[in-house]
Design a binder for this molecule. Structure first.
Ligand SMILES: [Zn+2]
Length: 275
């Protein structure tokens, strides 16, 4: 993993396998006061909208995104395909976003849930998935990979995947797991009642056809790491509210791609070996 310091306090964490602009933000370097201090990216937790808007502006600048599209997430498995936009927007009732347009940042908001970021360098498409344990139960990951195949003719073996900082096996306790997880997922317990949701998502990715070597797990537990917002940690402390971390991905604009990358994109260049 790599980190980029945009300001002394604003840090963008990046994976090593995704070859397109992306980043995961912790809670530092933003504009919001406690309990949302300071890089809260959610309009839905009680923070002032102008603070959230200013924080989202920092995300756009950090990634070089023209517009930012986010999902008003509901722990379901609906996917929003971004085709065209001339403004930032948040689409309600979706937990995954995908696009093959450059310059549009796809933002997932989490406080213990995973953001799973996908990039298809062959078909030039990206996706961002909000995946909590309910997302694992309905296997939203497989649904998104299949939709990328339909929409963009993505071969799952070409996809690169990154699992963001999120609830780790150290803290993912499910006291009532027999009612929450179907029996076939009970094997993802590391010890009684504690689930390894990182491993579960990686298995769901490979089950959908993604190659193991193309999957990167950041391996940072948000509940253990005070620099991240954590729903579980704040509930443990009896805090009434907490903010949301952000993870985002976008396709680079063509004019900022290298000549080598461009040759793979424009058949008219005469050097497109994929055509
Ligand atoms: Zn932990």
């Amino acid at each position: 993993m790599m980190t980029t310091h945009l300001t002394p306090s604003l840090t963008l964490l990046k994976g090593c396998k995704l070859q397109t602009p992306h980043g995961m933000l912790n809670r530092e370097g933003g504009n919001s006061p406690p309990p949302f201090a300071s890089m809260n990216l959610s309009y839905g937790v009680g923070d002032r909208p102008d603070n959230v808007a200013a924080n989202r502006q920092l995300v756009k600048q950090a990634l070089g995104a023209t517009f930012l599209v986010s999902a008003g997430q509901v722990h379901g498995d609906r996917i929003f395909c971004v085709e065209e936009t001339d403004q930032d927007m948040e689409v309600q009732g979706y937990d995954a976003l995908m696009t093959n347009r450059s310059g549009i940042g796809l933002l997932i908001q989490q406080a213990d849930c995973q953001a799973v970021l996908l990039h298809d360098p062959d078909r030039n498409a990206v996706a961002a998935i909000h995946c909590g344990w309910r997302g694992n139960v309905c296997n939203i990951i497989a649904t998104v990979v299949e939709r990328m195949r339909r929409e963009y003719r993505s071969d799952p073996r070409s996809l690169h995947a990154l699992i963001s900082p999120s609830l780790g096996p150290c803290c993912a306790e499910f006291k009532d797991f027999t009612n929450e997880f179907p029996p076939e997922l009970h094997c993802f317990q590391d010890r009684p009642h504690y689930f390894d949701l990182w491993r579960l998502s990686a298995v769901q990715l490979t089950g959908a056809g993604v190659i193991t070597e193309h999957i990167e797990i950041m391996g940072i537990c948000t509940a253990c790491s005070p620099e991240y917002f954590s729903y579980r940690r704040s509930r443990r402390k009896g805090l009434p509210a907490t903010g949301r971390n952000g993870s985002a991905i976008l396709l680079q604009r063509k004019e900022t791609l290298s000549a080598e990358q461009l040759s793979g994109i424009h058949p008219e260049s005469g050097r497109d070996e994929r055509a």
